[in-house]
Design a protein around this ligand. Structure first.
Ligand code: SAT
Ligand code: MN
Length: 584
């Protein structure tokens, strides 16, 4: 129960609509969690993993049609369609209340209704925000307990106020026909029904921290971004903080937890966050970032001692795995894991897996949920209520061609243009075709809660509030040669690119001016101990005229979708790029 009457009244109102057998307020305690785990084990919605090698680790298998975010069923229900903009699905609030509301009528009959107060952001931070998720899924409760600060910290932060995001979630009947994720940004409400999966159901994450968060951030003068936050510590011991935006499943978690290669072992990366950053202008004119989350909901496939040794060591206890395979030793397994292929395994649907290479054992979007504090590289500053000062922001995409390994924007406004025209090949994190290039400005297309053109305007306006704005960069770890081979080794070696970025921020680091921005000059990227020759850097860093001219045409077409709401500064940036290309 709560002593906040606004909260109690809302909970009672929901109770009357959804008609549960019982209402349970969650405090996030160990006892409560143990009871939920026992319940799920008994129901068969959770399976215990090898308690000797993976203590307190569990496996959940979601419904086979419910394995990723469903962007076509995600709606921004602002009163004006133009406020949702051309990149969002829109439904009028009235229609959503009617169509989606209907699905909540009596939907918790025979079920328990859990009330989950949660805090996004460190305890005691002025930047933290409260939400309350009502759900009928014990799996959601167990995940929210890892991903947020649940119970007391949230209620204390809220006090007697009414400033909390109201999230209502029901598994419904899990049918994709009756699945909706609806956001009402004007009243800070989220209604999600018909899915138990990640970003569709853990409402603190994408729904609150990004879609509602971005709307609130514009009103209040801050940024809610799909970014990791890391600290780069030099051998001298100084730490520079960097935020980086990449689309889902493009290696944000790996970059946030990077372990430097042998030859660079005097450098160190500290993890502040792996997915979401809330960034505010500080009194000193710099931009400060907090990680609103308390855990990691990372992609399992491809995670190994080579790609992310820190993740491997944090995944040994207290983990909820979703849709991974299990070996005959009852241990979790996924494609790209260390060691040999298991002789026998059960696939993500619990069926016997034949290791004939035809079917994947783990779902490509299978996940782990793990407390952030278990990460060996977790930053001392990760719960600093003020956040960490950001010196550089990186935009990154997955592009086989066109974009060089790294470049620096000329100005803040040019950097916003670079972020706004980001494109990436799609991944398994959302349903739909994989590997298709789509524009994904700031990696926010699925998560921006309002008109993307207004969002760019908000980004442009932030510069006026920052006396010392971060420098803006673009990276692409995924460039390939004509035979399809990756040109850059990636993973730990990405440290070399971060070092160049640090050099540039500090006014050192040589660069060549190209029409698209500054790229590293020969010899300015540290290649010591790497089998990439200076000659091989050519194709990795090259900026080719003709493909970039096509890109300009393509960007103009894309910008046209935003009509008169497109900020003039961005229209000017595309013209200037076009002229620079012509002159080059
Ligand atoms: O499914 S989530 O949105 O939580 C993860 C992701 O796609 O980034
Ligand atoms: Mn994400």
């Amino acid at each position: 129960m709560s002593t906040n009457d606004k909260l109690s009244r809302w909970v009672e109102e929901v109770e009357r609509t959804v008609c549960p057998d019982e209402v349970r307020w969650c405090d996030g305690s160990d006892e409560e969690n143990d009871r939920l785990i026992q319940l799920m084990l008994a129901e068969g919605t959770l399976h215990i993993l090898n308690p000797r090698t993976y203590p307190d680790c569990y496996l959940h298998r979601s419904h086979p049609t419910d394995v990723a975010r469903t962007e076509h069923l995600t709606f921004i229900c602002a009163s004006q369609k133009e406020d949702a903009g051309p990149t969002n699905n829109w439904m009028s609030p009235a229609e959503a209340r009617e169509r989606v509301g209907k699905l909540f009528q009596g939907c918790m009959k025979g079920r328990v209704m859990y009330v989950v107060p949660y805090l996004m952001g460190p305890t005691g931070s002025p930047y933290s925000r409260v939400g309350v998720e009502i759900t009928d899924s014990p799996y959601v409760v167990a995940n929210m307990r890892i991903m947020t600060r649940m119970g007391r910290p949230a209620l204390d932060h809220l006090g007697t106020g009414a400033n909390f995001v109201r999230g209502l979630h029901s598994l419904g009947d899990l049918s994709p026909e009756r699945r909706f994720i609806a956001h009402f940004p004007e009243t800070r409400e989220i209604w999600s029904v018909g899915s138990g999966y990640g970003g569709n159901a853990l409402l603190g994450k994408k729904c609150h921290a990004l879609r509602i968060g971005s709307w609130t951030g514009r009103q209040e003068g801050w940024l809610a971004e799909h970014m990791l936050i890391l600290g780069l510590e030099s051998p001298a011991g100084d730490v520079m903080y960097i935020a980086a935006a990449f689309p889902s499943a493009c290696g944000k978690t790996n970059l946030a937890m990077l372990v430097p290669p042998r030859s660079q072992e005097r450098w160190k990366i500290w993890t502040v966050g792996d997915d979401i950053a809330w960034m505010h202008p500080g009194d000193d004119g710099r931009l400060y970032a907090i990680n609103p989350e308390a855990g990691f909901f990372g992609v399992a496939p491809g995670t190994s001692a080579k790609t992310n040794p820190n993740a491997m060591s944090m995944l040994k206890r207290n983990v909820i795995f979703t849709n991974v395979a299990v070996t005959e030793r009852n241990e979790p397994w996924w494609e790209g894991a260390d060691g040999e292929l298991p002789r026998r395994a059960m696939d993500w649907q619990g069926k016997r897996w034949l290791s004939d290479g035809k079917e994947k054992a783990a779902h490509p979007n299978s996940r782990f949920t793990v407390p952030a504090r278990q990460c060996p590289s977790i930053s001392r500053e990760w719960e600093n209520p003020r956040g960490v000062p950001i010196s550089a922001i990186i935009f990154g995409g997955r592009r086989a061609r066109l974009t060089p390994l790294v470049f620096e924007a000329f100005t803040w406004s040019h950097g916003v243009f670079v972020g706004a025209t980001m494109a990436s090949e799609t991944t398994a994190a959302a349903t739909g075709a994989v590997g298709v290039v789509r524009r994904d400005p700031m990696a926010m297309v699925p998560f921006c809660g309002y008109n993307m053109a207004d969002y760019w305007a908000h980004w442009l306006a932030m510069a006026r509030r920052l006396r010392h704005p971060p420098k803006l960069f673009h990276v692409n770890w995924f460039r390939r040669d004509p035979s399809g081979k990756f040109l850059w080794p990636g993973y730990g070696e990405n440290l070399r690119v971060l070092r160049w970025i640090r050099d540039r921020v500090q006014g050192r680091g040589e660069a060549v001016e190209t029409p698209i921005g500054f790229v590293p000059a020969a010899g300015s990227l540290e290649l010591d101990g790497l089998d990439v020759t200076p000659a091989a850097l050519g194709p990795l860093l090259s900026v080719e005229q003709e493909p970039w001219k096509d890109e300009v045409r393509n960007v103009k077409e894309y910008f046209a979708k935003f009509g008169s709401r497109l900020p003039a500064a961005l229209a000017a940036e595309v013209e200037e790029l076009s002229q620079r290309l012509r002159k080059a």
